[in-house]
Design a protein around this ligand. Structure first.
Ligand SMILES: NC(=O)c1ccc[n+]([C@@H]2O[C@H](COP(=O)([O-])OP(=O)(O)OC[C@H]3O[C@@H](n4cnc5c(N)ncnc54)[C@H](OP(=O)(O)O)[C@@H]3O)[C@@H](O)[C@H]2O)c1
Length: 288
């Protein structure tokens, strides 16, 4: 029996962790979001961990508004970098275990080979730089931790690309979607499952380890959107446009496919293909 703290528990990953952990009777889960525990406060984190005798922190909290972050650097760094430092320091002090989520945005993404966890990082956006600083804070704290970099997260919860495409696909006859960014869509339920697997096997992990996780396969945003329309039997046409034509505020990696071999080697975890997980998530959405 262990006491597990989940931060950012109202976000999409947090909600998937809630769903999956409900079946786990061996551990007790403490689900918190900013109202119960603001991770930017070191005192709050320290008090919460002490009071509830926490053994594992799963940090599902984050500043995730990638474009807004370009104008909101201070708040973005507070949540993604300084708050992560708080969690890492408390993890070290209490000799507990931390699972933290990072992103493909730490890479520039200008190569066309899958990124390995020890490839050099070179974040281009404020969000990417803040997440890289969060990773660095964990490495500097020298605590017992796993950092999982993931990409293109979606779920039945919160706002995400799949839900936006479904809404627009019902409203419009034609959509224009970027086709020169290739990456790995990740169903947050799959990531939540991996997190619980890693948490149960934490005694086999030494120091801090970085893993890459996305669902199997790679696709452009445009082809991902087309698959969403097909699954939902929507006739909306998806037309390709370039990143430059779309003109988002924050730069994004053009190629952010992950090498998943470390997860495959270290854990008995079957990584689903993105097409299968997309179908699973869309089924859940249609049952809501
Ligand atoms: N979404 C993606 O495509 C993607 C891709 C790669 C990696 N990631 C990473 O995956 C993780 C989970 O992402 P997600 O999409 O599940 O995020 P999300 O849906 O935006 O949820 C994040 C949660 O954290 C909360 N939060 C913000 N500031 C906080 C604070 N100071 N203390 C406690 N909680 C706070 C948010 O509350 P408010 O809503 O009230 O701010 C929200 O409930 C993040 O670390 C993210 O960087 C995401």
């Amino acid at each position: 029996m262990g006491n597990i703290l989940i931060t950012g528990a109202n976000g999409q990953l947090g909600c998937c962790l809630r769903d999956l952990s409900h079946g786990d009777e061996r551990n007790r889960y403490f689900y918190t979001d900013v109202d119960e525990l603001d991770i930017t406060s070191l005192d709050q984190v320290e008090d919460y961990v002490s009071k509830h005798d926490i053994e594992v922190i799963i940090n599902a909290a984050g500043y995730t508004a990638v474009d807004k972050a370009e104008q909101d650097e201070e708040r973005c760094f507070q949540i993604n970098a300084e708050a992560t430092r708080n969690l890492a320091q408390v993890t070290k002090r209490h000799e507990i275990f931390l699972v933290h989520i990072s992103t493909d945005y730490v890479f520039e993404g200008n190569l066309d080979v899958p990124h390995k966890p020890d490839d050099p990082i070179n974040p281009q956006s404020v969000y990417g730089k803040s997440k890289a600083a969060g990773e660095q804070a964990i490495l500097e704290a020298d605590c017992h931790a796993v950092i999982i970099r993931t990409s293109w997260l979606y779920s039945e919860y919160g706002g995400n690309f799949v839900k936006t495409m479904l809404r627009l696909g019902r409203e419009k006859e034609e959509l224009r979607v970027v086709d020169d960014q290739i990456g790995g869509p990740t169903y947050a339920g799959d990531l939540a499952q991996l997190i619980l697997t890693i948490m149960r096997q934490r005694d086999f992990i030494e120091g801090t380890k970085i893993y890459h996780f996305a669902d199997q396969g790679a696709v452009s945003w445009c082809d991902f959107a087309r698959q969403i329309m097909r699954n939902a039997s929507l006739s909306c046409k998806v037309m390709p446009i370039s990143t430059a034509e779309y003109g988002a505020a924050a730069p994004r990696p053009a190629f952010s496919v992950f090498d998943l071999s470390a997860v495959n080697q270290d854990f008995s975890f079957e990584i689903p293909h993105w097409r299968d997980s997309l179908q699973k998530c869309m089924q859940k959405l249609s049952n809501q």
